[in-house]
Design a protein around this ligand. Structure first.
Ligand SMILES: NC(=O)c1ccc[n+]([C@@H]2O[C@H](COP(=O)([O-])OP(=O)(O)OC[C@H]3O[C@@H](n4cnc5c(N)ncnc54)[C@H](OP(=O)(O)O)[C@@H]3O)[C@@H](O)[C@H]2O)c1
Length: 297
């Protein structure tokens, strides 16, 4: 055993959603730099072409990127995307189902100090569509995307690699895996900002990880979750003026926000041979945040 073989993803095929920014982009960069063919999925309004060009400039060991616009809140769009990939590939080694949104109440308040009337006004200002949109992207999309791509993922798990001395199944090398991006917000009860619809959708997502892992277990298509803490992105512009979390970054035990290496290390572990025996669990990557974020800040 050596570390390079254990964590190798060279020659694999991946779909990464929400790949044009933030955590998705960090994951795409790690994969393309390590020899993976990445299909990047993002909204048509995102800078897909520009991101794909930049990713291909990072390419090493045969890694590459192609971009596809797809609105993941629409089942029909997911179906069309899956058909495109199915025509191009015989198998899919990994689905990084990462896209997500957060819809804060239009009327903000400090939940720790607000009067009852202020708290009620803030919470009531949430629109029903904020909740349905959030669940459509943060929870439901993972379900339909995983179902649509299941045959390709199962083919990767079943694929055999033969050398002069051994024959190995893809599943034993970590192939055929779904990594769902949840959030550590599903695991704590922070109250100083109101993330209720977001955190609720992510808690549902954590259970979805276990449900899908059980559903796909006969084919050993693994399903795992990652639950990041604070990571710089469009959704969480760490360092920007007015960020609602800015008072909290120094309170994380790690005393910093997460970075590209933290996310890359986690994902490379889960999708490679190193993670081939990990299924149906959610891995918190939050610098220790949930140890302390327990109903206060
Ligand atoms: N950054 C953090 O601190 C943090 C912490 C915990 C968990 N997360 C999770 O990490 C994941 C990635 O978020 P991020 O922080 O990297 O934020 P981000 O930079 O905003 O990335 C999310 C991406 O998903 C895309 N997206 C949204 N709705 C979509 C849809 N219907 N179809 C296709 N793509 C869609 C977004 O496009 P638009 O920008 O055009 O909407 C964006 O490119 C999310 O699931 C988020 O909940 C983030």
């Amino acid at each position: 055993m050596n570390v390079t073989d254990l964590f190798s993803v060279q020659g694999r095929v991946a779909v990464v959603t929400g790949g044009s920014s933030g955590i998705g982009l960090m994951i795409c960069q790690a994969l393309v730099r390590n020899g993976v063919k990445v299909y990047l999925v993002a909204l048509a309004s995102d800078p897909i072409e520009e991101t794909v060009r930049e990713l291909n400039e990072l390419s090493r060991d045969g890694g590459s990127a192609e971009g596809y616009p797809c609105d993941l809140s629409c089942k029909e769009s997911i179906h069309e995307f899956a058909q495109i990939i199915s025509r191009k590939e015989t198998h899919l080694d990994m689905l990084i189902s990462n896209a997500g949104i957060r819809r804060d109440p239009p009327v903000a308040c400090n939940v720790l100090t607000a009067s009852l009337a202020e708290l009620q006004a803030s919470m009531w200002s949430s629109r029903p569509s904020d909740w349905t949109d959030t669940f459509a992207v943060n929870t439901t999309a993972h379900y339909f995307l995983s179902v649509a791509l299941l045959p390709l993922l199962a083919a990767a798990a079943e694929k055999t690699t033969t050398t002069t001395t051994t024959t190995t199944k893809g599943r034993d090398e970590g192939r055929g895996v779904i990594v769902v991006t949840s959030s550590c917000a599903s695991m704590h009860n922070v109250t100083n900002v109101d993330l209720t619809s977001y955190a609720t959708s992510k808690a549902a997502t954590d259970h979805l990880v276990r449900l899908l892992a059980a559903k796909y277990s006969r084919f050993y298509v693994r399903v795992v979750g990652i639950n990041p803490g604070f990571v710089p992105s469009k959704m969480n512009p760490v360092g920007a003026q007015g960020n609602i979390f800015s008072a909290l970054f120094d309170k994380v035990p790690a005393r910093r926000a997460g970075n590209a290496d933290d996310l890359a290390g986690t994902v490379l572990y889960l999708v490679s041979k190193a993670g081939a025996y990990v299924d149906g669990v959610s891995l918190c990557v939050d610098g220790g945040r949930i140890l302390l974020a327990n109903g206060q800040e």
